[in-house]
Design a protein around this ligand. Structure first.
Ligand code: FDA
Length: 391
């Protein structure tokens, strides 16, 4: 088979690039080491795939170069992906905050992508183990367990390191290193955080409790739910902030973001109301939480016995609970990988390497990481789309 474009990885980005390049009449071969397309799509969004976000914009992305993602995101928007979804009559709904999910199954998205590939005559070769990648005088050669393939353009769409159990590998980063292309250290992101030893003792019994909170780190703020796990903290608020957190740093949790608890507590004291602190706090939190929190920070006694400065300090602690997580849960639980191919090495218009003509890096392998809520797929679609116009 004569090939114009070789794509490594049949995930969201690789398939979108294959479809677009195929539509232009390019002869495309996708090399995928597993046995099927889009394994991450299938497990995403609890099996319903949060395939985009209505409000996706460059502010929803982390990167050393915050401007890099703008071009691709503006040329392939959430509305463009929704048109594709509607073409296939895939029923979908907005869960919250612009997050669009399939009503029935994420499998509908992989079927859509496979069908579009088929129509664009893009071929996919499964069980392809990549042995070697080589630059030729014109184009590239990829050696696999199934033979050698040559093409004019090579697109690396092998994703990040998250979820190794479904086939994530470091191939993309290794190819970058082979061609002297800078890589920012990959790290787990959108990932639960683990308690340090002291907090584990104090709070592990709270596993299962969920609270609406506001979390912050490095000036980034998210107002969402937090979930206590038996090892630490999870839930959308924590997953979001984990992308900004570095080991050794703290995260600030506002347990009552919509309430001026200081005024409330002082008013109660002034009115000489009866009741213990933990019982009063149970009006805002599950009882188990109010009790554990009081044991940790303000041993419970009648409210009226606290001085005003003590109540001010309790209120401060409720609005500024500073935690020092020990670590993240790692790649086994991380939804994405932050870091990756340095965007200064790539054209923001095409995702082509500036050093190595006709070599492209797209999707999660690039140092562009979305917030939770459909933004990572939107980046995969958009970067796949723009590269597909030129490969
Ligand atoms: P992706 O990882 O999808 O694809 C890479 C492909 O390359 C895979 O098919 C892989 O098998 C293949 N590959 C890897 N190494 C290879 C090698 N050495 N040789 C050959 N092939 C190789 N995002 C979102 O927007 N909404 C959501 O709901 C979710 N939910 C979610 C849940 C879970 C559990 C995870 C782990 C992730 C998400 N995400 C998400 C993130 C989203 O899945 C992710 O950002 C995109 O799939 C990235 O698309 P890529 O195509 O870049 O990589």
């Amino acid at each position: 088979m004569d090939i114009d474009v070789l794509i490594l990885g049949a995930g969201a980005a690789g398939l979108m690039c294959a479809i677009e390049a195929g539509k232009r009449g390019r002869r495309v071969l996708v090399l995928e080491h597993s046995e099927r397309v889009g394994k991450k799509i299938l497990i995403s969004g609890g099996g319903r795939c949060n395939f985009t976000n209505l409000y996706s914009n460059p502010k929803n992305f982390l990167s050393k170069n915050e401007h890099f993602c703008k071009s691709a995101l503006s040329r392939f928007t959430p509305a463009d992906f929704i048109s594709l979804i509607e073409k296939y009559r895939i029923e979908h709904y907005e869960k919250k905050l612009g997050q669009l999910f399939c009503k029935v199954s994420a499998k509908q998205i992989t079927l859509l992508l496979s069908q579009e590939c088929h129509e664009a005559r893009a071929k996919i070769l499964f069980h392809s183990k990549i042995v070697r990648v080589q630059k030729l005088s014109a184009g590239f050669e990829v050696e696999t367990n199934q033979g050698k393939y040559q093409a004019h353009s090579l697109v690396v769409a092998t994703g990040g390191l998250s979820f190794p159990k479904i086939g994530a590998t470091d191939l993309g980063y290794r190819i970058a290193q082979q061609f002297n292309i800078e890589v920012h250290e990959p790290q787990p992101a959108l990932v639960p955080l683990l308690w340090n030893a002291e907090d584990l003792q104090r709070f592990q019994e709270l596993s299962g409790i969920s609270l609406p909170v506001q979390v912050s780190c490095h000036g980034q703020v998210f107002k969402e739910n937090l979930l206590f796990t038996h090892r630490g903290l999870s839930g959308p608020a924590i997953l979001q902030i984990s992308s900004y957190w570095n080991c050794g740093e703290s995260v600030i949790i506002d347990l009552l973001p919509d309430i001026d608890i200081q005024t409330w507590l002082i008013e109660k004291k002034k009115r000489k109301e009866k009741g213990e602190l933990k019982n009063l706090l149970s009006g805002f939190f599950p009882k188990r939480f109010a009790q554990a929190w009081c044991e940790a920070f303000a041993p419970s006694r009648p409210l009226k016995s606290f001085s005003i400065p003590q109540l001010e300090s309790i209120a401060h602690q409720l609005h500024h609970w500073e935690i020092f997580p020990a670590a993240t849960e790692g790649y086994g639980k991380a939804e994405v990988t932050k870091g990756g191919i340095d965007t200064h090495e790539l054209s923001s218009q095409t995702l082509e390497s500036k050093k190595v003509p006709n070599l492209y890096f797209i999707g999660e392998v690039v140092d562009v990481t979305g917030h939770l809520g459909g933004h990572n797929f939107q980046w995969a679609w958009a970067s796949g789309f723009v590269s597909g116009q030129v490969v």
